[in-house]
Design a protein around this ligand. Structure first.
Ligand SMILES: [Zn+2]
Ligand SMILES: [Zn+2]
Length: 406
């Protein structure tokens, strides 16, 4: 890399060994996102595109489902999620079933709404679109339970209708309904990033799961309030599985498909990281396959504890798979190479040229809230490529900007 000094009012652009474009100096290529010093720099598996301080292959609920959350806020959400799960288990152990079940049902949706509020991902209108996606998912979830309610006793398993109906038809219908809302938004050019697709997918899946659990398990949810003592430990365990683990599974499968659909439909792929296991066919097959596989497992496995373990393992695997698909999509996504005006990175706060990736910390700029992206690449207004930028180097010596960019 060419040496620059803070005293110098400009720095020299260097050629990236991976994409061969001239880019500002830093730890990462601002154009293709590759890490300059890692051996596997091009795929940068040690630096997840939406949270570069994390490995891509990591089981993380918060940074996977809430990719717009800056690092300084992510730990709060993580602690709230863990505290919520512990509270649910403790309430259950104390046989306070109604509070335990209601806390479990609302835990992820409440976290998601807090996330939308906290990061101000979108301006007011798209926020309404996201909430509408949640509402449509909830309406479809309610309709799903009411529609099948007279045929099946439970939403996810335990029916007397045979394995094909219970384990094949029901999960496929549920997954298709969760995907329906996001797919209606797919043609809108305004929402052209794969992270938009992910947000819509997660929103729809959480709305669907919330409503279907509330409607499907209403008798269990209110049983302790009625004081009839008829609720069993198995009932409680099943609701907890449906409320938390099924919500994670549904968010992961729907989010994975939506992200893959968005990357393909909006034609923003730069065709550098093509992989057959990360495209639309694999995402669709894997998502529906996982739902059907879990349907059969829930139907045939006798032990409820084993079913819960299977759902937990599946949720973890599906979340990691979603990260791989998203990471690939974020490395792929982008416009023609250009170097925008200096602006503060929402993740590391350094003043860096607006590019697809922050040259200093490597976060993809599309993970920043949309209104905090002045002159972002792929949007109107960036400077032409190859222009020396008046600033200190955007690496570790770059000037830090105090405060949030929100
Ligand atoms: Zn590059
Ligand atoms: Zn940064």
């Amino acid at each position: 890399m060419t040496e620059t000094t803070p005293e110098a009012a400009s720095y020299t652009l260097d050629e990236c060994p991976h994409c061969h474009e001239l880019v500002p100096p830093g730890a990462f290529c601002g154009n293709c996102g590759a890490h300059f010093s890692d051996a596997g720099g091009r795929s940068r598996l040690h630096h997840y595109a939406a949270a570069p301080h994390e490995h891509v292959v990591k089981m993380s609920v918060i940074s996977t489902l809430f990719p717009h959350l800056p690092r300084r806020h992510a730990h709060i959400f993580r602690e709230v999620f863990v505290a919520g799960v512990i509270a649910v288990v403790l309430l259950g152990a104390l046989r306070l079933y109604t509070p335990a079940l209601l806390a479990a049902v609302i835990l992820l949706p409440v976290l998601y709404l807090l996330y939308l509020y906290e990061v101000e991902v979108y301006e007011s209108l798209p926020l309404q679109v996201l909430l509408a996606t949640f509402g449509v998912g909830a309406a479809l979830g309610t309709g799903y339970v009411l529609g099948f309610g007279h045929i099946v006793h439970f939403v996810y398993n335990g029916t007397n209708r045979g394995p094909l109906f219970t384990a094949l038809l029901l999960p496929v219908v549920a997954q298709a309904l969760m995907l329906a809302g996001p797919l209606c938004l797919l043609p809108l050019a305004r929402f052209d990033e794969s992270l938009d697709g992910l947000s819509f997918g997660v929103s729809s899946a959480l709305g669907f799961t919330l409503a279907s659990v509330l409607a499907g398990y209403s008798s269990t949810l209110v049983a302790p309030l009625q004081g009839d003592g008829s609720i069993s430990t198995d009932d409680v365990t099943n609701v907890l599985r449906a409320a938390i683990l099924a919500a994670l599974v549904n968010a992961a499968t729907t989010g994975t498909m939506a992200a893959a659909f968005w990357l393909r439909h909006h034609g923003r792929s730069r065709h550098r990281h093509k992989h057959p296991f990360l495209g639309v066919p694999a995402a669709t097959t894997g998502a529906f396959g996982a739902q059907v596989g879990l349907g059969f497992a829930s139907y045939f496995v006798g032990s409820l504890l084993l079913v819960v373990v299977l759902w937990a393992i599946s949720a973890a695997v599906l979340l990691v798979w979603l990260r791989l698909v998203l990471h690939n999509a974020l490395l792929e996504e982008g416009a023609e190479h250009n170097i925008g005006d200096l602006s503060a990175c929402s993740e590391c706060h350094r003043l860096v040229p607006a590019m697809v990736f922050c040259p200093a910390c490597g976060v993809v700029r599309s993970a920043a809230p949309k209104q905090a992206r002045p002159g972002a690449p792929g949007r109107p207004g960036p400077e032409p490529a190859g222009r020396p930028v008046q600033a200190g180097p955007p690496g570790s010596a770059g000037p830090a900007v105090a405060g949030s960019t929100r």
